[in-house]
Ligand binder design. Structure first.
Ligand code: ATP
Length: 309
């Protein structure tokens, strides 16, 4: 349904996206993650038809975003980070205007407005001037606007930005709801905001797609246990096989020492088991260093280390 094939974008000498490929189906809610400048906005802008890619191809529902821009664009609902509203219009007027722009037939607009207003719980605010709304409610109007016409692909840029915890929980509920029929691609640099909503994550780092897989695997790597040893036999394989270890990367490897990072849920709990494992294979244990990191740090470190040659 959404196909992205080797999409690259260059701004002069700067490469903002490099050979990004993935596919997605309706009913998937996908988090697009990465630190500032990773290329998230560039990718979303390409999919919404706002900018053109330098090379590669992207199709939404079989429609090429460059060759059939209008048809492809009709398939997308977009919530930008700062939703543009018309401050002198009420919420309902704003949405009515957007419904007209989106080409929703005249006779269906009222019903469609009621549907999106109810989905985003904006009933009590429908008559308010949009220029007077708080950040959280502006965000909801932006989402309501994106939902108009039931687009099969929803692109949400930082949907949790500026929301308080209650509003954030409500936003998650709405996304879960619409994600049952539409495909949702949402960007965030706060992984923790969306852990319970998205089953799949795409992680961009310096323009390249470093991870495409279950969100669970990212969130399970909150701990890192660094193990340094020398000599012994089969230690690295045995450490990788320990229960609770999600993946292992070599940080240092020479004649003097081997230093490994073991990604796991709970690094302190793993330490004793890892020590026994090294000693049982006649290794000399030089250091054990359990670290607990925030979720954000964990995934950034994961993608960064995987990017090393
Ligand atoms: P953020 O989380 O800060 O919004 P991002 O992941 O959305 O970051 P992009 O805005 O896509 O990242 O930027 C990717 C890279 O492309 C950055 O290095 C940025 O400086 C560069 N870039 C983006 N837009 C332009 C532009 N119009 N001209 C030149 N360089 C640009």
């Amino acid at each position: 349904m959404l196909t992205v094939e080797q999409v690259s974008k260059r701004y002069g000498h700067r490469t903002a996206l490099r050979d990004v490929s993935f596919t997605a189906e309706g009913g998937e809610i996908i988090a697009l993650l990465g630190r500032n400048g990773a290329g998230k906005t560039t990718l979303m802008n390409i999919l919404t038809g706002y900018i053109a890619m330098t090379s590669g191809r992207a199709c939404i529902g079989g429609h090429d975003v460059l060759r059939e821009p209008l048809t492809a664009r009709r398939m997308v609902g977009y919530l930008p980070e700062l939703p543009p509203l018309y401050p002198e219009m009420t919420v309902r007027e704003c949405l009515m205007y957007c419904a007209a722009l989106k080409g929703i037939p005249h006779g269906e607009r009222r019903k469609e407005l009621d549907r999106v207003i109810s989905l985003t719980a904006l009933e009590a605010y429908a008559g308010r001037l949009s220029g007077r709304l708080s950040k959280g409610y502006r965000q909801r109007v932006g989402l309501a606007q994106a939902l108009l016409g039931r687009p099969p692909l929803l692109i949400l840029d930082e949907p949790g930005s500026g929301l308080d915890p209650v509003q954030l929980a409500q936003m998650r509920d709405v996304i879960r709801d619409v994600g049952r029929e539409s495909m949702v691609l949402l960007s965030s640099h706060l992984l923790s905001e969306m852990t319970n909503v998205c089953a799949r994550a795409l992680v961009l780092d310096a323009g390249s797609l470093r991870y495409d897989g279950p969100m669970e695997e990212l969130t399970a790597t909150k701990g890192v246990l660094e193990v340094t040893y020398r000599n012994g036999h089969g230690i690295s394989a045995a450490l990788s096989a320990l229960p609770g270890v999600c993946r292992v990367s070599a940080l240092e490897e020479d004649a003097e020492r081997i230093r490994l990072a073991l990604y796991c849920e709970d690094s302190a709990a793993l330490a004793a088991e890892a020590a026994r494992c090294v000693l049982a294979r006649e290794g000399e244990l030089l250091a054990l260093c359990p670290q607990h990191q925030g979720l954000e740090e964990a995934f950034l470190r994961l993608v960064h280390e995987e990017a090393k040659p």
